[in-house]
Design a protein around this ligand. Sequence first.
Ligand SMILES: Cc1cc2nc3c(=O)[nH]c(=O)nc-3n(C[C@H](O)[C@H](O)[C@H](O)COP(=O)(O)OP(=O)(O)OC[C@H]3O[C@@H](n4cnc5c(N)ncnc54)[C@H](O)[C@@H]3O)c2cc1C
Length: 308
Amino acid sequence: MLNIQENVSLKEYTTFDIGGTARYFVEAHSLSDIEEILAFVKEKDLKFFIFAGGSNVLFSDDGFNGIVIRITVNSMVLHGGDLMCGAGTDLMDLLMFAAENSLTGGENLTGIPGSVGGAVRGNAGAFGTEMCDIVREVHVFNIETGETAIFDNEKCGFVYRNSFFKKNPQYIIISTTFDFALGDKKEVEMKMYNIIAKRNTKQVQNIRSAGSFFVNPIVDEDVQKMFEKDTGKKSRDNRVPAGWLLESCDIFKKRIGDIQAGVEHANYFINMDEGTAEQVMQLSAVAKTRVRDEFGVQLKEEVVLAGF
Ligand SMILES: Cc1cc2nc3c(=O)[nH]c(=O)nc-3n(C[C@H](O)[C@H](O)[C@H](O)COP(=O)(O)OP(=O)(O)OC[C@H]3O[C@@H](n4cnc5c(N)ncnc54)[C@H](O)[C@@H]3O)c2cc1C
């Protein structure tokens, strides 16, 4: 039974802890819930926004004047070697379930907050592993046509922090089947433990932010050389870290109201207390202008903006 609520505060559903209220809010536990919700959307002629873990989204202070749909399709089924997982499942739960069953391949992704669907859509990654390395196929629902489809890995169009689904938001991810390999349970658990320890030393856990605010941009050769000279590191795929650009422009620890550009590195915008979306957008504008003026590079948000 659907529970469509009115005037629901969105901030508690996001890791940024920011956002006004949704005119309507509903959780979708299954494909049939989603179909039912979309009938309601059509009947009321509403705008809608889909999210899940809320770890990569910034809701406006004015909230969302439509319906916000939280995907909570929560399931994990292991059949033979196939692990199938509902899109609303917490990514961490998936990795722990894989470990319990001695399945290896996703350990480097340990600690990335949010849902499996959100991670597939953004091709989330860390420490050299991306979702595309473990996804076999994705079960989707097209909200425009009402049809379901199964996309194999290639059809998902995965590239750095991007996918077919990010470019085609009419597709809702319902579930994903994974390609893990059989490994040693203790080794898998140890790897996961070590990754969490690494993330803790970088202090990227348990802060009120939405992760990296800007995507690492593709830059020209001059900027790549400046980065390599300054850091002694190689640029990858013609990209440099957005955090390095921000730090080079003195954005690190810049604060507007209660929003600060990092405590450890500048590309995590952090809600230090009672920060607002307006303050995030102001800090973002200052950062973009400085990077554009100094490097001729246009930064783009990795964080999804909703209700602006
Ligand atoms: C402290 C911290 C650390 C982080 N570290 C990393 C990291 O190491 N690597 C990394 O890649 N990211 C990282 N992130 C970012 C974030 O965790 C990932 O982008 C995550 O995969 C987002 O999943 P989510 O469910 O929270 O998505 P949400 O924030 O709920 O939504 C993000 C977008 O995904 C879409 N979406 C969500 N579910 C679905 C679905 N089922 N079908 C279609 N579209 C959907 C939404 O419409 C929205 O556009 C970090 C974030 C935080 C706060």
